[in-house]
Design a protein around this ligand. Structure first.
Ligand SMILES: [Mn+2]
Length: 319
């Protein structure tokens, strides 16, 4: 009898051990699967937010954009007034708005981008033009501030300090004090959303117009052009590629005009960005950056029969 009892005890113990090892294997499997899922989530997060690898020349992660918007009909039926690169020159913008006798019931303002940076009152400029219901396109400096704000929002949501992030990614500490980073810190939600809403290209079909910050390639479909090029180009090189520099190739507007002259449905581009070339009026392109922030002028193009230009003098805020 004792033997049988031992046998039963042994069987129970064996059964118990088997049960334990099954539970143990299930636990290990569960932990492994959980870790895999967490790892996949982390990878996905990093990919989505495009967190950069260790770098000293830091560019914040990219941000969403709208490539092309059409100007809504109620606005396109008003008098259209295009304004060049403001770059935070708030006082000069007020003077210009006064000089053109802006009437919100009759006129619609359209900004060619680079509302912010270099000048003293960037946030005030964006708040003002938002309150006026103006249209805009995204400039290269607006884009930099948006990228920073996007990064700050991301860090905020993860409760990570910017300094901590900078150290972790081995990024130079000067980056924290960059102008665009500091402006991003001051952007409130409404101002951020307004800047974010400015498309890369504004299409005004009623007048066969495109508005962009820097330029367009004449022989490439709009949907296939690089937003960064549209916000940065000055020239087109011999190989047909755009360039930020005006020292290689020729002004993009030269090629644009040549192509439009032969076109049965020519399009005119209104743009800014090229302060070094200043106000540049051609049959199918209007360059409106008249160097306000460098002590030049802030200019408005009134889209009447005379294509009238009105300008105000600016203080020098940058050199
Ligand atoms: Mn620019």
């Amino acid at each position: 009898m004792k033997g049988v009892n031992y046998q039963m005890l042994y069987n129970k113990k064996k059964h118990f051990c088997d049960l334990l090892s099954v539970k143990f294997i299930i636990l290990i499997l569960f932990l492994t699967v959980s870790l895999c899922v967490l790892f996949l989530f982390a990878i996905n997060d990093i990919a989505e937010n495009n967190i950069p690898a260790n770098t000293h020349s830091f560019e914040p992660p990219s941000i969403n954009y709208t490539l092309l918007n059409k100007l809504a009909t109620p606005f396109s039926q008003k008098n259209l007034i295009f304004i060049g690169d403001v770059h935070g020159a708030f006082d000069e913008l007020l003077k210009l708005i006064n000089k053109i006798d802006y009437d919100p019931l009759k006129d619609h303002l359209i900004f060619v981008g680079d509302l912010v940076a270099k000048g003293p009152k960037s946030i005030e400029v964006v708040r003002l033009i938002r309150s006026l219901g103006a249209s805009c396109v995204r400039g290269n400096h607006d884009d930099k501030v948006l990228k920073w704000k996007n990064l700050l929002n991301f860090l905020d949501s993860r409760k990570i300090e910017l300094n901590e992030y900078i150290k972790e990614h081995n990024i130079s500490e000067d980056i924290v004090k960059s102008e665009h980073g500091l402006l991003a810190k001051k952007l409130d939600v409404e101002t951020y959303n307004y800047l974010l809403s400015c498309p890369i290209i504004l299409d005004i079909p009623e007048y066969n117009l495109y508005v962009v910050h820097a330029g367009l390639l004449p022989d490439v479909l709009l949907s296939e052009q690089d937003p960064s090029d549209i916000m940065n180009m000055r020239n087109i090189k011999g190989d047909g590629k755009p360039s930020k520099s005006k020292n290689e190739g020729h002004a993009w507007s030269k090629y644009w005009n040549a192509v439009q002259e032969k076109s049965s449905s020519p399009r005119t581009v209104i743009y800014g960005h090229d302060a070094s070339r200043g106000l540049k009026i051609k049959p199918y392109s209007f360059g409106l950056d008249s160097r306000c922030v460098y002590g030049g002028e802030l200019s408005a193009l009134i889209w009447n029969d005379n294509r009238e230009i009105k300008s105000v003098k600016c203080k020098q805020y940058d050199s």
